[in-house]
Design a protein around this ligand. Sequence first.
Ligand code: ATP
Ligand code: MG
Length: 562
Amino acid sequence: MSNLDEKEKVSTDFIRTRINQDNESGRFDSRVHTRFPPEPNGYLHIGHAKSICLNFGIAKDYNGLCNLRFDDTNPVKEDTEYVDSIQEDVKWLGFNWSGDIHYASDYFDTLYELAEKLIMKGKAYVCELNADEIREYRGTLTEPGKKSPYRNRSVEENLALFRKMKAGEVEEGKMVLRAKIDMASPNVIMRDPTIYRIRHAHHHKTGDKWHIYPMYDFTHCISDSIEHITHSICTLEFENNRELYDWVLDALELYHPQQIEFARLNLTHVMLSKRKLIHLVQNNFVSGWDDPRMPTISGLRRRGYTPEAIRNFCSKIGVARAADSMVDYSLLEFCVREHLNAITPRLMAVLDPIKVIIENYDENAEEFFDCQLHPEDESYGTRKVPFSRELYIERDDFMENPPKKYFRLSPGNEVRLRYAYYITCKEVVKDANGNIIELICTYDPETKGGQSPDGRKVKGTIHWVSAKHAKEIEARLYDHLFPMDNPAAEDVENFTDLINKDSLKVVKAFAEPHLATLPIGEKVQFERLAYFCVDYDSTSEKPVFNRTVTLKDSWAKIEKKA
Ligand code: ATP
Ligand code: MG
């Protein structure tokens, strides 16, 4: 694990370079204070993890602070379930926010006062154009906008109307408060943006107190300012909003953080749009936000991914200012394998069993092999693996008519049963339809422990489970929810048509007894197969395992080729 910690140390990216410059010039008195500002309208996903690692990581690197602030200005879409899950996920990723949790709604009173102040400065007005008209008046990228007929109201009239809006005396959609900036600005966002709108809705924190809610662009910069944030890091789609961020703070003569934009994470096989993720959950395409096929932090956690692996992934992808690029999902899997390889015990289970009968092994005998739980770390200890006359091996590990260089079990061929003995296949037993039902084998008692005293070598080693000692387990085998690289780019009416119908396969498997004793959340390697973890649906009668990631490593090959 120590080498992972080492790798987590991040090199200097363009954001840290700018922070270094600010520290040198003394711009923020050498303070570094960031924030992570999720909107509580969904669960966090792997894209948020990039932002979390960046904001909290910078605070850590500079001995600074990072706030957690809920950007809860839209009462209609927000929910306390999301507020709770977001806190849990940030903590699980290994980060602590500074001080109390902040809510944009904590600032509603201040924001309101500042809006009145803007009105009094002649820099905001109440507009009665409807949403369509506002859009029409806004103009386009190539044409300037038109001024609203309500733009030149007096300060007194604006104040009176804004107070009526606040008092709940105006219908939704009838009026908005707009900043008075420039309808001809080349930046469309600066064409008198709406800063307050009417919503007669219950808010998860402020209840029914408010009938008007501030818009993101007005709220965000002021919240940053109130919290004395130094560097307000956000994704690239807010680049054009920076001018408005600066305008609001300048107009109100407030302390002024620096907004910096970086490229969003996009991952192959994954949809990160919250709207789409909510759709999957609400329409039961998945079992919930934490379905192990979801790209949510809670889904990845349930799947068996570790915080260390996710942080290492975020450090490997780095941060760039360049336009959003697509990261290969196999890089994330590579990071997961790398960590699980270091920390997981190895155990044996058979997912697709075929029976082996060892005809020269006493029917009533059994023995127990002491086997190390981790090949390189003795501190993991050992467990006893039972052996007897009837075993299960993987169907894949036998071929009746093998091609050349097939070293696993085949008629007449000798293989090593991991930790146990050499066996040779003598006979294949089939049912009336010609399906193989069992294999009759013999074992060599001299090869106990899987070593031959005469130095006889076998090329294949296979895993197995003693049939009479085996515990039946449920193994949930996951694959990508979206089989194509870039599902968002597919031209379909319903994105759910793209879902991989085989993304979850549930199989009954046989496991060595120790596997049935593991607690929920425990991570293991099923030897030669994959990494698994114990799901919370698991009971002592029916242990349930999620396949986290297979052992096959396509990323390492890609990297080697490059
Ligand atoms: P919404 O469309 O609901 O605003 P969002 O993805 O922007 O969705 P937020 O809750 O506003 O969600 O995000 C919180 C923070 O996480 C923001 O600073 C946002 O920029 C960042 N973030 C969201 N998605 C990604 C992503 N794919 N890559 C990097 N950062 C992201
Ligand atoms: Mg957002």
